[in-house]
Design a protein. Structure first.
Length: 134
């Protein structure tokens, strides 16, 4: 029987972002960004929307996503909501993002997330933030 050999793959990490990652340049950004978990895949208990936001510290940002230090490790595929500073008000704009990788760095969990379906307000806010950083 003719079987195809599976290609060896590695999980994306900060040191090994994977072949599909980094389609947009990243900019160093250290700021507190509240987030909450929306959906955790393959979790035994029922998924439910978290109402409380958790604190994170962003390390870098791009038009496609960001890297942030969080309080617990998360599985790739987890859907979160992140609060990004809005350029239209003193508040923040909610952005949904999918966890692409999670890695322990100096005993702290870091995640890389990809933004999902940005609204115009979110897109403009992220672009302006990046322009200020660049």
């Amino acid at each position: 029987m003719n079987q195809k050999k599976k290609a060896k793959t590695t999980s994306p990490t900060p040191a090994n972002p994977g072949p599909e990652a980094r389609t947009a340049p990243r900019f160093g950004f250290e700021g507190n960004l509240p987030y909450r978990v929306l959906i955790e895949p393959n979790k035994e208990e029922a998924n439910r929307l978290e109402t409380q936001y958790r604190e994170s510290v962003a390390k870098n940002i791009s038009l496609g996503g960001l890297c942030m230090k969080v309080d617990e490790d998360m599985r790739p595929g987890t859907l979160i909501e992140v609060q990004i500073p809005s350029v239209f008000s003193d508040g923040a704009v909610s952005v949904q993002a999918q966890v692409m990788w999670c890695d322990m760095i100096k005993k702290d969990p870091y995640i890389g997330v990809a933004f999902q379906s940005l609204t115009d307000e979110a897109s403009v806010s992220i672009q302006k933030l990046i322009r200020q950083l660049g």
